[in-house]
Design a protein around this ligand. Structure first.
Ligand code: AKG
Ligand code: FE2
Length: 347
């Protein structure tokens, strides 16, 4: 682009970049306001984090009835909850059997040497997986997820398979401790396989979901160091943290959640977390949910995606949209389609 065209683009984009400051937009590379050292010097980044935390706390207060007081206390303290033997044995056995025998469309993406496979849970697929459809409507599943996500809305749900060491490639980037984004947000896993400690367990730094003065100082330092920042994912707003920094942020070492099948984990992935390393090629299969909305709205509902007919078609719609962008030559869709595949299939 010549100088004039690039100046014209900046002028045209400015209102959009400014409006994005009041959304979940997080990339320091794609939005020059978010990435502006001068603005972050004046507290733009830490201000967004602080405001998002205050609003999430305000929304969570109103959703407190969705989980037990004990789970709420644990979540508020640690940033995650773990529930072993989550489903009654009969329900879990039926769920496992239905997922094991399921075959159909899926998508896969490769990150480092790991493959992530996802089966979207649209109404037609759920029709074939009644035990899963039943799970997604259980208050014991929806309650903690909605509380942690701070919105009374349907998360995006998948059957997810993680196949570690299944590609030649660099290390899996999910194995570096990180915050997914700058604001409180939720992910949940109901593991269908046992997850041993050395086979890529979900790992979480207890208490790292809180916005303490130490965390504020760290967020500020990272936001001001982007010019020298080598990690691309940090520059995109998913800050990586080194294990040797945790103590200075007032945080304990990470906890590896080595858990048996039928364990539910719900976590605020604004807290620091990672996929633990695996010492051998492994296959982890889970029912996986994540919820993310504009962190700056004060209300907990009013979400179009909560209408089941829409919400449960969201993932295939996004994937198809990605295919369309690719067909137009705009951007490669990293989610590659597969047919007649099962969640428990090997790489
Ligand atoms: O798969 C895991 O254990 C964690 C991956 C992760 O960082 C994420 O899903 O945000
Ligand atoms: Fe993550």
């Amino acid at each position: 682009m010549n100088r004039f065209a690039s100046d014209a683009r900046r002028v045209a984009m400015m209102p959009i970049w400014a409006a994005q400051l009041l959304t979940g937009a997080k990339s320091f590379m794609d939005n020059p306001l978010i990435g502006s050292e001068a603005l972050n010097q004046r507290g733009l980044h830490t201000g967004r984090v602080a405001l998002a935390h205050r609003l999430a706390a305000f929304r969570r207060d109103r959703l407190a009835g969705l989980l037990s007081p004990a789970d709420r206390a644990t979540f508020d303290h640690d940033g995650f909850i773990v529930q072993r033997d989550f489903l009654p044995p009969d329900h879990f056995a039926a769920l496992l059997q239905q997922v094991q025998s399921h075959r159909g469309d899926a998508r896969e993406t490769v990150q480092g040497n790991a493959i992530t496979r996802r089966v979207a849970l649209d109404p037609a697929t759920l029709q074939r997986l009644p035990a899963l459809r039943q799970l997604l409507d259980l208050p014991a599943w929806t309650g903690p997820i909605r509380y942690a996500g701070s919105f009374d809305t349907e998360p995006v749900n998948y059957i997810q398979t993680i196949l570690t060491h299944s590609k030649d490639g660099p290390d899996d980037p999910q194995c570096d401790l990180h915050a997914d984004t700058f604001h409180p947000t939720v992910k949940a896993w109901l593991f269908l396989t046992d997850v041993p400690e050395d086979e890529g367990p979900f790992t979480y730094v207890a208490g790292s979901h809180r916005f303490t003065p130490e965390r504020r100082a760290w967020e500020r330092a990272v936001s001001l160091g982007m010019a020298q920042q080598e990690n691309r994912l940090t520059r995109r707003g998913s800050f990586r943290v080194r294990p040797d920094e945790l103590a200075s942020i007032g945080l304990p070492p990470p906890t590896k959640l080595a858990v048996p099948a039928n364990t539910l984990v719900v976590a605020d992935t604004h807290g620091f977390h990672a996929r633990g390393p695996s010492v051998r090629p492994t296959k982890r299969v889970e029912i996986w949910a994540y919820g993310r909305r504009n962190p700056f709205v004060p209300w907990t509902g009013l979400d179009l995606w909560t209408i089941p007919a829409l919400g449960r078609r969201r993932s295939p719609m996004f994937w198809k949209f990605g295919d369309t962008l690719e067909a137009m030559g705009i951007k490669r869709n990293v989610w590659r389609p597969l047919q007649n595949v099962g969640p428990f299939d090997d790489a």
